[in-house]
Design a protein around this ligand. Sequence first.
Ligand code: FAD
Length: 326
Amino acid sequence: HHKGHGMANDILVLAETRENAIPGFVKQGLSLARTLVEASGRVICLVMGPAAGAADRFRYGADRVLLASDPALAGHTAAPAAALAAAAVAKLDPALVLLACSALGRNLAARLSVRLPAPAAMDAIAARRTGEGVIASRSAYGGRFRQDLVLSCPASILCFRINVFPAAERSAEGSVEDFSAELPPAAGRELSFAPLPPGRVDLAEADTVVAGGRGMGGADFSLLEELAGLLGGAVGASRAAVDEGWRPHCDQVGQTGKTVSPTLYLACGISGAVQHLAGMSGARYVVAVNKDPEAPIFSKADYGVIGDLREVLPALIQCLKRQKNA
Ligand code: FAD
């Protein structure tokens, strides 16, 4: 699929918005775009919805910021965002379209891929430019294989995993331009996203995840809720904890759950089955609390506490509270 016109060297970064703001992971996408863009290309950031602080994108790698503030985008649903992104691609003819693998991003990438049509590399954990095009790497078969996808068609879509690519600042300024397109009326079948309660972060985007497994033994997950609150993180769970009905499936981490890449992953009463590890092996630091010194999770942990979580967690909570008050 080659359009054969234009100078397809630009990279278009799609920035979703929430509550009138641009989520932090968009900075990661812009910085990634900076590392991939050719000397003759520009990084163009399309802000999809009303948002304050759009000009801040220049500091993270954008050469141009386009602001689309159509009220249809405020519902954070993928259909209008896909129509908008497709119109931007038609107008700008970018070499690559970059967006985060958030809940909306996944949905949007798939729709855009069909609309354009263009190939999409989902959940990329590495990317580099070569003579052939951009090569996106993803983890496959529960982390046993790494798959490299060559993106050489114009407007190929790269959906990057959140919290994997660093956000680097640079000094740059520019002006924000308006962008608009004909958007379809809201589709009746699509549900809207309910915003999280204030102060809570989405599991897949969290910088800190505290996860509980069967070892929680019905012990109150409110301990983990409290811990997550103190650390500004999210609560996750193993499949065993989900099967027990202690947590909803949307909290499951692993091969058949969510993939998380936080800076800190605290695994409480989780043995460390390969299917669980598949969802959290991208964590920078793993801390495990387990009463069994032979538990496989310890071989993946940077720090391990051998002990009963019913003693360790309350002590940890006390400690953090003391630190907060100090
Ligand atoms: P267990 O393996 O039972 O481990 C409980 C741990 O808690 C033990 O290590 C024990 O020593 C410790 N413990 C017990 N009491 C205490 C205490 N009081 N204090 C401290 N430690 C204590 N699993 C996932 O998590 N995510 C997935 O997405 C997933 N997908 C799967 C897909 C397939 C196709 C299959 C076959 C399996 C999948 N599984 C998945 C299941 C996986 O194989 C494991 O069964 C599951 O991860 C085990 O959960 P767990 O570690 O909580 O429980």
